[in-house]
Design a protein around this ligand. Structure first.
Ligand code: N01
Length: 895
């Protein structure tokens, strides 16, 4: 009997004061609360869980509507902390029913004797931080208040049902049910007329079950969802075999995966696959009946680019139309208003076929909105539907509701959590909140939570929190709190991550859009489970970065005073994909590029580039030869598919110089960048194969650059180019050559140049600007590599020559410039200095100082997707220089 054991515990721990004193209080006895209790107890903490239900289960206690099941396979939707537990429990199906999951959680509670520390039927009424005592005081709806050092919200992300927001609900004389609060006793629907409002995951699961029993089922749908078959049954043998082959490895892979299931994202882009190949992948994903497979295994751009996403969405739409017989109903059930995956997709069992039943009606609320609920049913602005039962499958005040809407939480200095989150949830790591010491949230907003296999995320959070509590106890600290800087940095990182996805393009409960008046923004962390885990671990390895720890308050005389520790800072300053690339490079533990020698370094770069995604298609790519300063030089020309002044051209020409420190690189090395810019600008790019050091030292590259410019100007018409001034562009040392070429063209009588694009350019020969020290190592282009490049190209005596240090040249009278620099690049400050000096000399200049980027961000097309915005701006600048309007052909990555 849960109540009996809870009251025995509390009586013994109250010490006569009427307050239950524990180290840790946990809200909730679902997956998170149970595991927390287990871990806390094993770590020697006293703990109590406060649970409003009268048994364990959390979500799986409340959501007991017919058809409720998990939609992550049970092989993965299980605790992993104890191998013996794993072998003691056998799931009967691929997707277990709610009763089976509830039995599992009861089994876990019994196996670890957890019920004795759970106070059932108890809600927290208020939670208040006592700064003097470094403790939380909780008042409860039932029984003694609780005084605890640490307060952990394990209250779930989807546990606060949303009110119906429809006028007249109280007038209805029939039965009303909420899927999220389904009664324990059997609900008899046979022979009744049932209305269901809502077609999210709950609606899609419950509708076929109700339609099996009810005399007539009327579904009121506002937004259709993407759903595909669950193919439930026994767990697939291949998945089980994989798990059983090496359980530890399987679980470990899940912990470091994208979504908490051991599946790596597809690496091929949609445009690298033929239509037949794409369909084949889709059919296989469909046959798998698995959300994570469908969301990650089709093609690499399905979740990040609208075009790639639309290809997947179309295939799902096609399937809906092939099942639902009535074309109008099929049309209404087909989603068009959000990218696939941006709103939670669903697994279905007989959902679409249900609409072929004669006793099922779909009401499209987009065409006839509900006006009110009446005594006898539901009135739309066109019709009245008399019903006996209304089922609300209308969802939840997700993620924040279970934290703020349930009880007032008052932190340090009387700060209210509802006020702190009035503009949307602010957290550090989705675990803690500045101003609320010793308060933790399991799978809170700002963590992967609902975008992951919840069990994996719950275990990670519970472990992280309990490990911190153990460490604090050992060190004598009694309070831990996130700093303002850390929290603000996390908000920026969250925004950077979500800019990479399509979630922000849909109005969903992920963004708070389903609750009227709720602040909007993508609430879960979209950067993936594995990267998130790495960040949490890094916070610890960097001395609890972003946290302030304090010891007992000496004025209270309790305990020994311990020095404060505050390691302030932001845990992620890089763009999320830049961080992944740099981590991958660090893991490869490569020797410094300069140690290979020039030939070896060229081979290495060529091999490295061969592993990149192939560049995107353009109208035409052709190789040719032009006249350099002392003989022929190769070039590669990229022609846009369409556009230009007339259909197919002529197009403005951009003379492009590749990067590589005057030593490395060629047309191939910068091929993806040239293709991308050709597509974005609608211009011809001619990538010049200038000669390299050390075989050809200064000023060869500069003179080749200028000679190439002249030749291209003279042959513009033959190349299909538009008559008139050329444009010049380059990256890194190529940016140096571009800048120098503009100066030489001005001084040597042309040819005229309409504008220059300098991307992370080398502009000066000194190494004393701050970026050379701040970014000396760790960001791929190192200071020592730059020293080496300079030594190979240019002797010290020549270095102040403006043909290699354009910053030292005359700057007036140069063409308008766009100068892009990256925060984590040794060359950052000399690029900025050049832009500022150009502006001071009266040259029109636009600057892009790219936050969180590194030297290669813009040229690693289709790898560093956050570089897209910068390339969009570059393309816009080139088009302005050429006197052209904005190009419509290319979308940004995530629009
Ligand atoms: O809630 P939802 P849910 N008038 O918010 C509609 C998880 N889950 O309970 O989209 C008319 O998704 C609303 O319409 P719209 C899963 O993560 C998992 O179904 O706002 N309609 C929508 O159609 C899921 O995403 C499983 O236009 C109104 C529906 O109600 C999350 O829980 C099973 C309305 C609400 O859909 C929530 O799912 C179930 C109104 N006033 C749930 N208000 C598994 O399989 C809302 N709607 C594991």
């Amino acid at each position: 009997m849960p109540h009996a054991s809870a009251s025995e515990t509390s009586a013994s721990e109250m010490g006569g004061s009427g307050v239950q004193e524990v180290d840790v209080a946990v809200v909730g006895a679902g997956f998170a609360g149970l595991y927390l209790l287990h871990r806390l107890r094993r770590a020697g903490f006293t703990a109590v869980a406060l649970e409003s239900a009268d048994d364990v289960g959390g979500t799986w206690y409340w959501n007991r509507y017919p058809g409720a099941r998990c939609d992550i396979q049970t092989t993965d939707y299980s605790y992993t902390f104890d191998p013996e537990l794993e072998s003691a429990w056998k799931w009967s199906e691929k997707y277990a029913t709610q009763p089976e999951i509830l039995r599992y959680l009861g089994f876990v509670a019994d196996r670890y004797d957890l019920r004795r520390d759970i106070r059932f039927g108890t809600q927290v009424a208020t939670a208040t931080w006592d700064e003097a005592a470094h403790r939380w005081l909780l008042t409860t709806s039932n029984g003694a208040p609780v005084c605890c050092r640490t307060y952990i919200m394990a209250s779930g992300c989807l546990s606060s049902p949303k009110p119906p927001e429809i006028e007249g609900v109280d007038d209805f004389k029939g039965e009303i049910y909420f899927t999220g609060r389904w009664p324990r006793e059997e609900v008899k629907l046979a022979g009744k007329r049932v209305a269901i409002i809502g077609t999210g995951s709950s609606g899609i699961q419950v509708i076929p079950m109700i339609a099996e029993q009810a005399a007539h089922t009327t579904v009121f749908q506002r937004t259709p969802n993407f759903a595909f078959p669950a193919h439930n049954g026994p767990s697939p043998v291949d998945r089980v075999a994989l798990l059983e082959k090496d359980r530890n490895d399987y679980r470990e892979q899940a912990r470091w995966s994208l979504a908490g299931v051991p599946l790596a994202r597809a690496t091929e882009f949609s445009w690298q696959l033929s239509e037949a190949e794409r369909r084949d992948r889709f059919e296989k994903a469909l046959a798998a009946g698995d959300l994570v497979v469908m969301l990650t295994q089709l093609w690499a751009d399905q979740g990040v680019e609208v075009e790639g996403n639309a290809l997947a969405a179309d295939l799902i739409r096609e399937r809906i139309r092939s099942i639902v017989k009535d074309p109008e109903t099929a049309d209404a059930l087909t989603p068009h208003d959000h990218p696939f995956g941006s709103k939670r997709p669903c697994l279905e069992t007989n959902y679409y076929t249900t609409y072929n039943q004669p006793n099922v009606t779909l009401v499209n609320l987009r065409q006839e909105p509900i006006k009110s609920i009446t005594a006898s049913g539901i009135k739309t602005d066109r019709r009245t539907f008399d019903v006996d039962v209304i089922v609300f499958a209308t969802g939840f005040d997700a993620m924040t509701g279970a934290i703020t809407a349930v009880h007032p939480i008052t932190g340090r200095g009387g700060k209210s959590m509802s006020d702190a989150w009035a503009g949307g949830p602010q957290t550090y790591l989705g675990l803690t909140v500045d101003g609320f010491p010793n308060l933790f949230m399991v799978t809170g907003p700002g963590s992967p939570s609902v975008l992951s296999n919840m069990v994996v995320s719950i275990e990670q959070h519970a472990d992280w929190v309990v490990d911190r509590l153990i460490a604090m106890r050992e060190a004598g600290f009694t309070a831990i709190e996130a700093t303002e800087t850390a929290q603000a940095g996390w908000a920026r990182h969250m925004a950077d991550c979500s800019a990479l996805t399509l979630h922000r393009l849909a109005n969903t409960w992920y963004t708070g859009a389903n609750v009227p008046g709720k602040a909007q923004g993508v609430m879960p962390y979209t950067g993936g489970v594995g990267p998130y885990r790495a960040i949490c671990n890094e916070v610890v390895s960097r001395g609890l970065l972003g946290f302030k720890l304090t010891g007992p308050n000496p004025s209270t005389g309790s305990g020994q005073a311990v020095a404060e520790q505050c390691n302030d800072g932001e845990i992620v300053r890089l763009q999320p994909d830049v961080r992944l690339v740099l981590n991958m490079l660090a893991d490869m533990n490569l020797p410094p590029l300069e140690s290979f020698g020039a030939e070896g370094a060229r081979d290495f770069v060529a091999q490295f580039n061969a592993t990149r995604p192939a560049g995107r298609p353009v109208g035409e790519v052709l190789d040719g030869m032009l006249d350099g300063a002392e003989g022929p030089l190769p070039y590669r020309l990229y022609r846009p598919a369409t556009g230009g002044d007339g259909e197919g051209g002529p197009h403005p020409i951009v003379v492009y110089f590749h990067g590589g420190g005057w030593v490395l690189g060629d047309a191939q090395s910068d091929d993806p960048f040239c293709r991308d810019m050709c597509r974005r600008t609608g211009m011809i790019f001619v990538s010049v194969g200038y000669r390299h050091a050390p075989e050809h030292r200064f000023p060869t590259a500069a003179e080749d650059g200028y000679a190439a410019l002249r030749w291209i100007a003279e042959h513009a018409a033959e190349l299909g180019g538009r008559p008139g001034p050329l444009l010049v562009a380059g990256w890194s040392a190529g940016g140096n050559i571009a800048a120098v070429t503009c100066q030489l063209a001005r001084d040597r009588g042309g040819p005229p140049i309409a504008g220059q694009l300098l991307v992370c350019p080398v502009t000066d020969c000194t190494f004393d600007r701050p970026s050379y020290n701040e970014n000396a190592t760790g960001y791929f282009l190192t200071r020592s590599l730059m020293y080496w490049f300079w030594d190979l190209y240019c002797s010290p005596a020549d270095r102040t020559d403006s043909r290699v240090s354009p910053l030292r040249g005359k700057l007036s009278g140069l063409p308008p410039a766009f100068v892009a620099t990256c925060e984590f690049d040794p060359l950052r400050d000399e690029g900025i200095a050049y832009a500022e000096a150009l502006a001071a000399a009266g040259v029109p200049v636009e600057q892009l100082q790219a936050r969180g980027h590194f030297h290669s961000s813009f040229t690693m097309v289709d790898v560093v997707l956050t570089g897209v915005d910068g390339r969009v701006k570059m393309a816009e600048a080139l088009r302005r220089f050429a006197g052209q309007g904005l190009q419509e052909a290319m979308p940004r990555a995530a629009e």
